[in-house]
Write a protein that binds this ligand. Structure first.
Ligand code: SAH
Ligand code: SF4
Length: 455
């Protein structure tokens, strides 16, 4: 979400003649987009801003701004705390940012804007047709969250849930496809409750509209809340040819008493029934999840129930976090806080128990042929190329399976392969090796003759 917001920020500043630079030293304007989800993310913001203060001392005309969730949460406090800062703007102020920058340029004033007007500001959603190198793009379809999980700061810093107009979303995606985008990831804190308030079209209906867009090859979305996972959405995985075979379905804990105190509004049995249904209807679907360890009052038994759930589901991959107290959220006041050491130990144990399944689910793919959408040269390759005369030697490409697994491949000995630009194409790759977080393969010969098929 922050990546997408940063893109909208930089697009909005183009009419003011600002363009991206490759280093902070060259910049006339630096905007730091921030995340407040855990304390550590927030601490990083302030240490980074401390480093930027040195730049500002050397270059007093440099405009320094802070946006995003920490800005929304702290507002004026940040300007008071950091005298070298020019601007603090919240999550609903991106559309007003160009006006603020113009005022700072003209009047050398300092500005705080953390207003959160109701509804969606469509002016911030526009397509950047200049960036033609990218294959995949994020598209925000809704803002905010009304779920109020007791540990979470999102409802406070991103405001009430509001969905964009389906026609506007489809229009934005059409524009992206015209500029070369092949895959979109629809974003929302709770994407599957899309349009619950507005009543124009349900999330599965939106997916079918997007599925009809010519030239678009793949659709992904994140994040889904288990309580809103309808049968229609489960069947969409089976029926919509462009919808990728992957769902991120955060469970947070396997203990019913912890889930209740988290206000997640489902039990572990309910969650497991959803997983069964997904796998019955769409057997190849990849399932990933988020977990919080050390929630206040989490006992050893509660934690063991979470480990049991991991064994039962056998996820493709997970993200896990140590519980972090956040300002204003109810769980901050809950008693029986878990010690830092216990949280750390539980996190290590949880990640270790998942490691086996991540590897296992990758290993079963060895020997199979997978359709992958190629995103470009692999990062390792891009680095080597900078110092290399001969970029065609051992060139390594990277892409993803429909199940969201990263596949790196080096074209085989058929030399005509070496000159091909695979970027943005769906090709077949035979999987040769499974590593812990990626796969390695070789394109099959038929890949050369495939156009932009939908897989
Ligand atoms: N809207 C999504 C994700 C929101 S934030 C959802 O409901 O699943 C991403 C993840 O951060 C959450 O799934 C949760 O695992 C984690 N998280 C949120 N607040 C946290 C906190 N206070 N401490 C630790 N992890 C947290
Ligand atoms: Fe936070 Fe997600 Fe819960 Fe909303 S649904 S409150 S974003 S964890």
């Amino acid at each position: 979400m922050n990546v997408y917001d940063s893109e909208q920020i930089s697009k909005g500043l183009k009419p003011l003649q600002y363009k991206m630079t490759s280093s902070p030293e060259m910049a006339d304007l630096i905007i730091v987009n921030t995340c407040a989800i855990r304390e550590k993310a927030e601490q990083k913001v302030f240490s980074f801003l401390g480093r930027l203060a040195r730049l500002k001392r050397k270059k007093p005309d440099l405009i320094l701004g802070v946006g995003g969730c920490v800005a929304q949460q702290e507002g004026l406090n940040i300007l008071k705390r950091l005298p070298y800062l020019d601007l603090v703007f919240g999550t609903h102020a991106i559309g007003r940012l160009p006006g603020m920058i113009e005022r700072i340029e003209a009047k050398k004033c300092r500005i705080v804007d953390v207003e959160m007007p109701e509804g969606i500001d469509e002016s911030v959603f526009s397509v950047d047709t200049e960036d033609r190198d990218r294959v995949a793009s994020f598209v925000t379809i809704m803002q905010g969250c009304d779920n109020y999980c007791t540990y979470c700061v999102v409802p406070f810093v991103r405001g009430r849930e509001a969905s964009r107009n389906p026609e506007k979303i489809v229009g934005e995606i059409r524009g992206l496809v015209e500029s070369g985008i092949k895959e979109v990831t629809l974003l929302g804190q709770n994407v599957n409750s899309f349009d619950k308030k507005e009543g124009l079209c349900s999330f599965p209906e939106l997916l079918s509209l997007i599925n009809k867009i010519d030239g678009l090859l793949r659709i992904r979305f994140t994040t889904s809340h288990p309580k809103d996972l309808s049968d229609d959405l489960i069947y969409a995985f089976k029926n919509l040819d462009k919808l990728c075979n992957h769902i991120h379905l955060p469970v947070q804990s396997g203990s019913d008493s912890v889930l209740k105190r988290m206000n997640r509004k489902y039990s572990s049995d309910y969650y497991l029934a959803k997983v069964d249904k997904l796998r019955n209807i769409c057997p190849d679907i990849a399932i990933t999840s988020d977990f919080i360890v050390g929630f206040p009052g989490e006992t050893e038994d509660d934690f063991n129930e979470t480990l049991d759930l991991i064994k039962t589901v056998q996820y493709d991959d997970i993200f896990a976090f140590k519980y972090s107290d956040r300002p204003n959220v109810p769980s901050t006041l809950f008693r029986h806080k878990i010690s830092e050491q216990d949280k750390k130990d539980r996190l290590i144990e949880l990640l270790k128990s998942q490691e086996y399944y991540t590897k296992k689910r990758n290993e079963v793919l060895v020997g199979s042929t997978q359709s992958i959408l190629v995103e470009g040269l692999s990062k390792k390759q891009v680095k080597t190329d900078a110092n290399s005369e001969n970029i065609h030697q051992n060139i390594q490409w990277t892409g993803r399976t429909s199940t969201n697994k990263i596949v790196n491949f080096i074209p085989n000995n058929d030399t005509s392969f070496h000159d091909e630009n695979f970027s943005g194409r769906i090709i077949n790759v035979r999987i040769e090796k499974a590593l812990s977080h990626s796969l390695q393969g070789i394109p099959t010969l038929d890949s050369r003759f495939r156009g932009n098929d939908i897989i």
